[in-house]
Design a protein around this ligand. Structure first.
Ligand code: NAD
Length: 249
């Protein structure tokens, strides 16, 4: 289907994992895709593959985020979809006893401040046209807790959920929807790196997933395409769990 025909979509973290799968899915559904990512090599390759544009950006930097959305608008004439998805997970122990303030701050900057900056930039283009869909990547841990003492990561994703609710309500009458994607564990480089350092963690995690496996990035991309499209026209401010049943177990 071409549910996103003619729509302009900005995807942060679009060079890898969930973002890359979503870039492919958006393009297949007819969108013009702008990938914003820290990684120029993978980002450029992804943009070429989907026939879109790559902008190198650190999502924690105000000027760079503003430039990303301005470039999308200048190149394609609007910003209709913002998938605020770039994020990091601390590879080392993230418990409150061991996490140092700089590490905590970096996670808040990349995972939470970025969603504020990207939403603000997207709204500059969406409010005048009274149309838009913003999707923020949180995590199932924002709803349930991580069960592995990830203090900075869980806090950042909880902030993303709260901000999504605020924005969803504030812009509901203006044709702009804001929803949060809450993935369960997804088979991406982010997860693979975590589990490479601690293989037992993968097994422990698997036990708690009713469907008995990790998600593939394409399964998240399908959910994001739904949230981006008019098929989800009555959804805003929502916490959209795509978690293999974890939250019900
Ligand atoms: P990934 O590591 O495969 O991809 C993340 C991308 O973000 C990379 O291309 C990376 O270069 C980019 N990035 C990192 N820091 C950046 C920055 N400061 N500025 C711009 N780009 C930056 O990760 P993924 O698993 O696809 O994760 C995507 C999102 O999904 C993240 O927000 C993550 O927290 C969330 N998430 C992932 C899982 C999972 O199990 N993989 C589960 C729940 C939520």
């Amino acid at each position: 289907t071409q549910r996103l025909a003619g729509r302009v979509a900005v995807i942060t973290g679009g060079a890898s994992g969930i973002g890359l799968a979503t870039a492919r899915r958006f393009a297949a559904e007819g969108a013009k895709v702008v990938i914003g990512d820290l990684d120029p090599t993978a980002g450029q390759a992804a943009a070429e593959e989907v026939g879109g544009l790559f902008v190198q950006v650190n999502v924690a930097e105000e000027d760079q985020v503003d430039a990303l959305f301005a470039t999308a608008n200048d190149t394609y004439g609007s910003v209709d979809i913002a998938f605020n998805n770039a994020g990091i997970s601390p590879a080392d122990d993230d418990s409150i006893e061991t996490t140092e303030l700089p590490a905590w701050q970096k996670v808040q900057d990349v995972n939470l401040k970025s969603v504020y900056l990207c939403s603000r930039a997207a709204l500059r283009y969406m409010v005048p046209q009274q149309r838009g869909s913003i999707i923020n990547t949180a995590s199932f841990v924002a709803v349930l807790g991580s069960a592995t003492s990830q203090i900075s990561y869980t806090a950042s994703k909880g902030g993303v959920l709260a901000m999504t609710r605020e924005l969803g309500v504030q812009f509901a009458r203006q044709g702009i929807r804001v929803n949060a994607l809450c993935p369960g564990p997804v088979n991406t480089p982010l997860l693979q790196e975590l589990f490479a350092k601690d293989p037992e963690r993968a097994q422990r995690r698997l036990v708690h997933i009713p469907v008995g496996r990790f998600a593939e990035p394409e399964e998240l991309a399908a959910a994001v395409a739904f949230l981006a499209s008019d098929d989800s026209s009555f959804m805003t401010g929502s916490t959209f769990l795509v978690d293999g049943g974890i939250s019900s177990a």
